[in-house]
Design a protein around this ligand. Structure first.
Ligand code: SF4
Length: 515
């Protein structure tokens, strides 16, 4: 891949330098939109005795910076925000001649460390593949990594140093309890003012990535991010402004890409957007919580140059809204969607199907609402985008106790729903229930799953590779479709995200919504 980048860190590799491969097993475009990649890259590269170089699916064997082979690094630091990235991660190890199973590989170089929301919620499936997992936010472990250059040829000592942190877990040194790390005061932490700029368009478009807050105050019981990044924290207005204006200048940009959950819960969001508009700076806000929107905020989004507003009602059923703590009335959703469209903006809507207790009448509310909006506004051309995802129970969320709906039933619901949407006006994306089932298998998987993941990768990944690996290992994935008991410990219960007791009590509370 031929790419032209600026702000790349160029160093002359030296013998005593700790060389870290920052591996993001997704597309290069996605890596550009990932704040953790920029943060790790610039934080660790501040140190003269450390050189961090990048790898993605587009350059799985040689680093972007010096074209060094992956296997020649001292440490591989893998960012695994989603479960399905595990297969590409393992495929990259195999492609590079690195044995994927930890015990077969032995404790040596490169030391393989993984982090990210998916592994934080449940590290078990990956525990016998990597040497260590970072549970929670990476800031403290990055500081620890920055001290490891003197041990670069002693992987055991590097690992032992990391193990002193309560958030680091390793199959080499079992621990009874692992406590998630989170940053208490975001204003006091390093922020990547300089970010990689490329002639390739990042997934969210070119712009300065700005994280105004971390976590989300809503704690919707199905949402992985809110639990992994609990508690909700935010940066001060002055600090955010300082970072933005410095970042825009240093990177020669005139657009901000906000990077936070439920952006309008940030108490200075409106003031901040008004300031950017006054100064002629455009911006992009991510998916929004519907009840945080208003006519004025939609106007601001439009004035900031955004063409599409993304909202995630997830369901239009009152019962199911109560269950997932997103209880927006049918009329409110309709009003917000109409308000967005009537301003000439496009709308992107996220829905979940297969929620516990869901009936066909709940699902049919989705095409009903869309068709009413189209009729009432007389819309022509594709301005409504609907994404339908199956419900995926995630470990370390209150909905981890619920089963996933069967593939066939999900497929039927999706078919019925999409057939009722006028395709000349509505773009519909559905997430294949078979992939969703694999994702759930990983999300709720135990340590045994590691072997299956490796075999799956050896068979080239994909749906057929998964089926083949499951069959060959006689692996029982039926747990995906079973209820879990809220009164018993789950395999990943030793991971302390600070919400241990809350998970089962919240489950018991929300389950009353569908009794
Ligand atoms: S509002 Fe959105 S980000 Fe926040 S907890 Fe709910 S689903 Fe997650």
């Amino acid at each position: 891949m031929r790419i032209k980048e600026s702000n790349v860190v160029v160093k002359k590799p030296r013998k005593n330098m700790l060389r870290i491969a920052l591996l993001f097993p997704s597309t290069y475009e996605a890596s550009l939109s990932n704040l953790f990649v920029h943060m790790t890259y610039y934080f660790l590269n501040k140190y003269p005795d450390i050189y961090v170089e990048r790898f993605t699916l587009s350059n799985p064997q040689r680093s972007l910076e010096t074209k060094t082979l992956l296997k020649n690094f001292d440490i591989i630091l893998a960012s695994l925000p989603f479960e399905l990235m595990y297969q590409d991660f393992i495929k990259i190890l195999i492609l590079n001649g690195i044995e994927p199973l930890r015990e077969v590989r032995g404790l040596g170089k490169p030391l393989i460390i993984a982090g990210g929301p998916a592994v934080t919620a449940n590290p078990l499936p990956i525990l016998d593949i990597v040497d260590a997992v970072i549970i929670g936010e990476g800031e403290r472990s990055l500081k620890e990594l920055s001290k490891l250059a003197p041990y670069k040829d002693r992987p055991k000592e590097m690992l032992e140093n990391l193990m002193s942190l309560s958030e680091v877990l390793s199959g080499w040194y079992p621990k009874d309890e692992v406590i998630k790390y989170y940053v208490e005061d975001l204003d006091r932490e390093f922020y990547p003012i300089i970010q990689i700029q490329s002639d390739v368009k990042p997934v969210y478009g070119k712009g300065f990535l700005m994280e105004v807050s971390r976590g989300c105050p809503h704690l919707c019981p199905f949402c992985l991010e809110t639990h992994v990044f609990y508690p909700y924290r935010f940066r001060s207005y002055d600090n955010v402004k300082k970072i933005i204006y410095e970042g825009l200048k240093e990177n020669s940009l005139n657009r901000v890409v906000f990077y936070s959950l439920s952006f309008f819960d940030y108490k200075y969001s409106v003031k901040l957007l008004e300031d950017l508009i006054t100064n002629g700076i455009s911006f992009n806000v991510p998916s929004l919580r519907l009840d945080t929107l208003s006519n004025e905020k939609i106007e601001l989004i439009k004035a900031g140059g955004q063409k599409t507003v993304t909202v995630a009602p997830e369901t239009l059923s009152d019962r199911l809204g109560c269950l997932i703590r997103k209880r927006f009335s049918y009329e409110l959703v309709k009003e917000v969607v109409k308000c967005i469209l009537s301003k000439g903006l496009n709308v992107k809507l996220y829905f979940i199907i297969g929620l516990p207790g869901e009936g066909l009448n709940d699902v049919m509310l989705i095409p009903k609402l869309i068709n009413e909006v189209i009729k009432e506004l007389g819309i022509k051309g594709k301005r409504i985008h609907v994404t339908v995802n199956p419900f995926i129970p995630k470990a370390n969320t209150p909905m981890q106790y619920y089963p996933m709906e069967r593939t066939e039933s999900l497929r039927n619901k999706m078919k019925l729903l999409t057939n009722l949407l006028p395709r000349d006006v509505v773009d519909v994306d559905t997430y294949d229930p078979r992939w969703a089932t694999i994702q759930t298998s990983i999300s709720l998987g135990d340590r045994e799953l590691g072997k299956l993941l490796v075999l799956w990768a050896k068979y080239g990944g994909g749906l057929s590779g998964w089926r083949r690996a499951v069959k060959e290992l006689s692996y029982d994935v039926s747990y995906v479709f079973k209820h879990r008991d809220p009164y018993t410990e789950l395999p990943w219960s030793f991971i302390d995200l600070g919400l241990t007791k809350y998970l089962s009590s919240s489950y018991l509370a929300i389950s009353k919504c569908i009794d």
